[in-house]
Design a protein around this ligand. Structure first.
Ligand SMILES: [Zn+2]
Length: 327
């Protein structure tokens, strides 16, 4: 493809990760200026693959002008500091992703406290609460503090690659961003939608102490409704294959949410159950290994049932926990 005007070529690199989601796709927008969309985890293999990728595209490190981060997860941002060091690239992310990417010590303490409290109040046994710190330890292994030079919230033209516009796509995380090119309907969609598996809507602490927790599945479903209306012809996802008909996949995902919510409703007969108890029933083989994922998935669907007036959570004084019951 010949490069004319301000158009960019989109190049994809698949990088293995040590996480259950499998390899990640990062993208190079190659035009008059060059942007990397996500960079991969901080592993030796990822670094070498990115270096080779840049070379194979006829570039050197210094040709990378920008790094656009879709969201803060370490498989996407881990290598940022190393790439910045070699390129002087300017890093762009959502403001609420900043404390994760810079690994802000005070925020991380608040983050851990939020999860210990939330897990504790929702029936996660004391002996499993160490998961919170182990999860953070994982963040520190596969990423390192990186600078952010510019924050955006969606709707901004990507400087230097002007045909791309950022799109706020919350749900998987509360600060998720995608890039959209109207000319051919291509969206670099990060983890917003994954073809092969349902992307998880993670529970997160509010951006600042004192705010209420967002209900991730409700936020995600609303964003899905909005994105389904956009003229997107192809989503280039950060995991798996590209998605040729995103509106159809979104409709399918929304139906699956309804089905899972109904299943959970059925499990809630009697005296009520905690989020953790339900997660062990729904995900017997992975609830221990993938606690944040299975907890988020369960609580997200309970939020949905609560919103629909089908269940309510009740604080049980003697146990110091919430139980969910059918209404
Ligand atoms: Zn992610």
């Amino acid at each position: 493809m010949k490069n004319n005007n301000n158009s960019t070529e989109v190049r994809q690199l698949r990088i293995p990760t040590p996480f259950s989601v499998g390899p990640i796709n990062i993208f190079l927008l190659k035009g008059e200026t060059c942007t990397l969309v996500d960079v991969g985890p901080k592993t030796k293999e990822a670094f070498e693959l990115v270096e080779k990728f840049i070379k194979e595209n006829g570039l050197v490190w210094h040709n990378i002008d920008r790094i656009f981060l879709t969201h803060q997860h370490v498989d996407h941002v881990g290598l940022t500091a190393e790439v910045v060091e070699r390129t002087d690239a300017k890093v762009i992310a959502h403001p609420d992703a900043v404390p994760y990417i810079t690994l802000d010590a005070e925020f991380m303490q608040y983050h851990d406290h939020f999860f210990r409290t939330l897990y504790g109040e929702n029936g996660v046994p004391e002996k499993l609460l160490g998961y919170v710190e182990r999860f953070r330890g994982m963040m520190e292994v596969y990423s390192e503090p990186a600078p952010i030079h510019k924050t955006i919230k969606g709707g901004e033209v990507l400087e230097g690659n002007e045909e791309w516009v950022s799109v706020f796509t919350p749900g998987h995380t509360q600060n998720h961003l995608a890039l959209f090119r109207e000319r051919d309907g291509v969206m670099l969609s990060g983890d917003f939608l994954i073809k092969e598996i349902s992307s998880n809507a993670f529970v997160e602490p509010p951006a600042r102490p004192g705010l209420k927790r967002a209900k991730p599945l409700l936020v995600y479903r609303q964003a899905m409704d909005e994105i389904a209306k956009m003229p997107i012809r192809r989503m280039l996802s950060a995991h798996g294959e590209s998605i040729e008909n995103p509106a159809e996949l979104i409709a399918h995902r929304l139906r699956r949410h309804d089905e899972r919510a109904e299943k959970i409703y059925g499990l809630l007969e009697g005296k009520g159950k905690t989020v953790f108890e339900l997660s062990t029933e729904l995900f017997p083989s992975i609830y221990l290994k993938e606690l944040p994922l299975t907890f988020s998935e369960t609580l997200g669907h309970l939020d949905l049932l609560e919103e629909r007036g089908q269940v309510k959570s009740i604080w049980i004084e003697e146990e110091n926990i919430y139980r969910y019951r059918q209404i």
